[in-house]
Design a protein around this ligand. Structure first.
Ligand code: ADP
Ligand code: MG
Length: 398
């Protein structure tokens, strides 16, 4: 069991400097944060620390500056948004290294907040360099990791520093992610239904393998379904099919048996283009020269009925090219069915970056039990892989 920030005594917090790894890897355009979801998700931990008199030093990465200073990846816009959301000034520390900057974090008053510049401006971060981790550790008296989205990386600010600062505990967001993606799905209320979609079957094989023994039903959509169609000997036209995974798809179909349910048909078009003319085709009548870019309305209904009977639903991967209308309807239909399921007491969990974006686009984030902020980390976690950022944290005996 991870040790939670909430379990620490007041003496660990009052006047102490908390070095907090957050995931502020937000989309930024023209110097402004365009989606503050990840910043909002960290507020509970930050506020808790402030309320308990801690001094808060925040660390995050943004994009891939590859170990070099590059102002295109500066966290300065994030600082502005954070100040706005908290209603309090946030000291911006431009250089994570050096005695002077450590002095800046030492000068923080109780309840004060500082944000270090993009930690990936330093080559030592992604190398998990021991000396760099030691310098970073000078900024805190203890460590809080709330960056679930970066927990699958063994970097200095996620893993290295957790070995140097004690206690090393999980923040509220981290605990929430582990609760829903871990504990809840390990002992799911049944029926447990998973919806899998997205572009490629190759990226989801380990996930399928991990989920198959646990779930009652797997509903498959997205381009992934087309590789299964091919394995069934069906015409798939110009759809995205992974030729080198057709054998694997056949093997999975055998192994999954009745658990795995494929679409009855799809929305097909001559090309993938916004506003293009499209039509419904049953899966055994996909015209050559056409591609499948969404699931058909009958499948939305069938999948919806499964979701309607479920007590736990996990969704990863859009049902179609939801970014390009008219191919968004299948994904939106599933999002609606999940929202309705949440309302009647079903636990609904969404993992994966694009899936989370689809739920946000549908305006249904608040109507899911949990939408993971984790992206790639949520997939690795669901596959059952140990995440280095979690493993390095303090573990309490159960
Ligand atoms: P997540 O990030 O939620 O794990 P993925 O990255 O696996 O999801 O897949 C998302 C992508 O899959 C989206 O960009 C979407 O456009 C694409 N996709 C879904 N269905 C199809 C399809 N039928 N043809 C081509 N691309 C598809
Ligand atoms: Mg994705």
């Amino acid at each position: 069991m991870l040790r939670a920030l909430e379990s620490l005594d007041a003496m660990h917090l009052e006047g102490q400097r908390a070095l907090v790894r957050v995931d502020f890897n937000c989309p930024i355009a023209e110097g402004h944060v365009t989606d503050a979801t990840r910043i909002r998700a960290a507020l509970k931990t930050i506020t808790y620390l402030r309320d308990h008199g801690a001094r808060v030093v925040l660390v995050s990465h943004l994009g891939r500056p590859k170990g070099k200073v590059n102002q295109d990846f500066s966290l300065a816009p994030v600082r502005d948004t954070l100040e706005h959301l908290l209603g309090t000034p946030v000291t911006f520390i431009r250089d994570a290294l050096g005695e002077q900057t450590v002095a800046a974090s030492r000068r923080l008053p109780r309840g004060g907040i500082a944000l270090l510049e993009n930690i990936r401006f330093n080559a030592g971060e992604e190398l998990n360099d021991a000396a760099f981790a030691a310098t970073l550790a000078l900024h805190g008296d203890f460590f809080v990791n709330d960056a679930f989205g970066a927990a699958h990386r063994a970097h200095a600010s996620t893993e290295g520093v957790a070995h140097l600062l004690k206690p090393a505990v999980a923040g509220f967001l981290m605990m929430r992610e582990v609760h829903f993606l871990g504990e809840t799905l390990a002992k799911p209320k049944r029926p447990f239904v998973t919806i899998l979609g997205g572009a490629k079957i190759s990226g989801k094989i380990d996930l399928l393998d991990a989920l198959l023994p646990k779930v009652d039903t797997i509903l498959v959509g997205g381009a992934m379904a087309c590789t299964f169609f091919r394995a069934m000997g069906l015409e798939t036209g110009t759809s995205l099919v992974e030729e080198d995974r057709v054998d694997l798809a056949r093997e999975l179909l055998d192994r999954a048996g009745k658990k795995l349910i494929l679409p009855k048909g799809g929305i097909v078009a001559a090309e993938l283009l916004g506003g293009v003319t499209c039509q419904v085709a049953s899966r055994d009548q996909i015209p050559a020269g056409f591609g499948v870019y969404d699931i058909d309305p009958q499948t939305v209904e069938i999948f919806g009925a499964h979701i309607g009977r479920a007590k736990t639903v996990l969704w990863n991967g859009p049902m179609g090219v939801f970014e390009t209308p008219p191919f968004h309807l299948g994904t939106m239909g599933i999002a609606q069915a999940m929202a309705a399921a949440t309302e009647r007491g079903c636990v609904t969990i969404v993992g994966g970056g694009d899936s989370a974006a689809a739920v946000a686009a549908a305006g249904l984030e608040d109507r899911m039990t949990h939408v993971s902020t984790g992206g790639g980390a949520s997939l690795e976690f669901l596959e059952g892989r140990p995440l280095p950022g979690l493993v390095a944290l303090h573990q309490d005996q159960p």
